[in-house]
Design a protein around this ligand. Structure first.
Ligand SMILES: *Cc1c(COP(=O)(O)O)cnc(C)c1O
Length: 410
């Protein structure tokens, strides 16, 4: 009998009761805007900024409308000028090149390697070719490059590093949190990330000028002093007159439900990684599929898993994806010719793809499959999913034989 998996791959966890309670109070009060001119109390948004900055270990934080907006703020606040090139890894999600374009930058794509990390030789080459001052690094699907080497290279090339930590909130490289390597770290609190406010974003930095500019840009009117993790007033004096108000704040409701989730995040990370390891182990025995070993320095958050289907003919991959789908296991294929759902790759971004080349990335993505790991799944669910993947892969594998065990990361 062929087993079918019946749980949803898009089911988020409920919001903790404390958050539901606080959100209900706010709704009853009608006071949903973060700056209430008559209130002497700290707003939910300001408290979230304070608590998040403390959690992340950065001096300043700004709560805003989305992760993509946080990236825009970061680039503008770091001083990007219109028409300037911005380096970014060619495998990322569409809001990343979108943020660069929104602030008048020009995305310059950098290759990735087989383990989905940015290719540092290509980064150096393209930085020198373009004279770019900014590197917007997405830790895409939670894969963290060797941050010691990334940091050294940025220093050497004079690159301002902005980290897109949409998939690495709570992750570390050695003993430094993801997001604390560069000038700014940006986070998303969209429902499929590690904290869920529907939509939302957070920015964290230690740089007082970047923080002041980001707060003013975010649309703080003249309530910048109501922010929860902000620099001193004199820093705002430097930037106030010259900084436009580009509204993109976070509201009280979202801040309240995020505050209720922050204390439970470490436990959620533990549960994600437990599920990830079960899936990884299950996939190690799957013919035709290859996971990539994660380096011990990378303390990642396993909220999704990626693997290469390079033990089957390329033409078989979409059929394999469909076959898994019929048994309830939902995979995204990054080699898909058309953008689908959240899944697109750089040639689909016509507004910036022209004239760019990232052939190695294309080859890597051609065999890249991606699966979400909702916390609503238990460990037996993960075992069943791995079994289904292995059984279906066996039907498509090249030569019909058993494939080898995973190769080590490059
Ligand atoms: C989700 C995501 C973002 C931000 O997305 P928003 O929907 O704007 O919050 C940025 N980068 C990556 C890689 C993402 O997955």
């Amino acid at each position: 009998m062929t087993a079918i998996f019946r749980k949803s791959f898009t089911q988020p966890e409920p919001i903790p009761e404390a958050g539901v309670g606080r959100a209900t109070e706010l709704l009853r009060s009608g006071r949903l805007h973060r700056y209430d001119p008559d209130s002497g109390e700290e707003s939910e948004a300001a408290a979230l900024e304070r608590e998040f900055a403390g959690w992340q270990g950065r001096r300043f934080a700004v709560a805003c409308a989305s992760g993509g907006y946080a990236l825009q703020l970061a680039l503008r606040a770091a001083g990007l000028r219109p028409g300037e090139p911005v380096l970014l890894n060619a495998w990322t999600l569409a809001p990343v090149p979108g943020a660069v374009v929104a602030v008048g930058g020009v995305p310059v794509l950098v290759e990735i390697d087989d383990a989905w990390h940015v290719d540092l030789a290509d980064l150096e080459r393209r930085a020198r070719e373009t004279g770019a001052r900014f590197f917007l690094l997405s830790h895409m699907r939670g894969h963290i490059a060797d941050m010691d080497r990334v940091s050294d290279l940025c220093r050497q090339l004079g690159l301002v590093l902005i980290e897109d930590c949409a998939h690495t909130l709570g992750a570390w490289w050695r003993d430094v949190r993801s997001g604390n390597f560069g000038a700014v770290g940006c986070f998303s609190t969209q429902s499929y990330k590690h904290l869920n406010s529907g939509e939302g974003g957070l920015l964290a930095t230690d740089d007082p000028d970047i923080a002041a500019r980001a707060i003013l840009l975010s649309g703080s009117y003249m309530f910048w002093d109501r922010h929860g993790a902000r620099p001193d007033a004199e820093v705002f004096e430097r930037w106030k007159p010259a900084t436009p108000n580009m509204s993109g704040r976070m509201d009280e409701l979202r801040a309240a439900i995020l505050r209720a989730q922050l204390p439970g995040l470490e436990e959620r990370i533990r549960r994600w990684n437990e599920r990830y390891r079960v899936l990884e182990q299950g996939l190690a025995g799957a013919p035709g599929l290859r996971t990539v070993l994660r380096r011990p320095e990378e303390r990642f958050v396993g909220s999704s898993i990626q693997f290469h289907a390079d033990g089957m003919p390329l033409a078989a991959i979409p059929r394999f994806v469909d076959a898994c789908g019929e048994r309830g296991v939902r995979l995204a294929w990054f080699g898909c010719p058309q953008p689908e759902g959240f899944t697109s790759r750089w040639p689909h971004w016509r507004y910036c793809a022209r004239g760019q080349s990232a052939k190695r990335t294309e080859a890597v993505l051609a065999t890249t499959l991606d699966m979400r790991i909702p916390l609503a799944f238990d460990l037996d669910d993960c075992r069943l999913i791995a079994t289904i993947l292995a059984e279906e892969a066996a039907r498509f594998v090249r030569g019909g034989g058993r494939a080898t065990l995973p190769h080590p990361a490059v």
